[in-house]
Design a protein around this ligand. Structure first.
Ligand code: SF4
Ligand SMILES: [Zn+2]
Length: 112
């Protein structure tokens, strides 16, 4: 059950149904600070939500979790500013956030 402490409480729901991938980043950033993120993602997976950002994930990411059988708690450990975070953006064809761009530059310098 989602609580009134959730980060999106009182916000315009349209934020979480972005039409541009650059707007997804904004919704995901809100979810990443949400105390209900795990509950929200589990709910979306259980109800097979097709649309919107839930628990900081897009539809593509939720499909990936289902397809790979990855545990929700492990998926949520993937953070921006890490190599795994960068790979997630690339896998999902998302706009790469500033923190992950720094990782990409670091890797490029190292010749990876
Ligand atoms: S994780 Fe779910 S409950 Fe929390 S801000 Fe995102 S959409 Fe709202
Ligand atoms: Zn990122």
């Amino acid at each position: 059950m989602l609580t009134i402490d959730r980060a999106c409480f009182g916000m315009d729901p349209n934020i979480f149904y972005p039409t541009e991938s650059s707007d997804e980043e904004r919704a995901i950033a809100i979810c990443e600070k949400c105390p209900d993120q795990e509950t929200c993602l589990r709910l979306a997976l259980r109800t097979k939500e097709k649309y919107g950002v839930w628990g900081g994930t897009t539809r593509g990411e939720r499909d990936y979790i289902v397809k790979t059988g990855m545990r929700v708690e492990n998926y949520l450990k993937i953070k921006c500013g890490t190599e795994q975070g960068l790979k997630r953006h690339l896998r999902m064809h998302q706009v790469i956030c500033d923190d992950c761009l720094k990782v990409a530059r670091r890797l490029r310098k190292r010749g990876k």
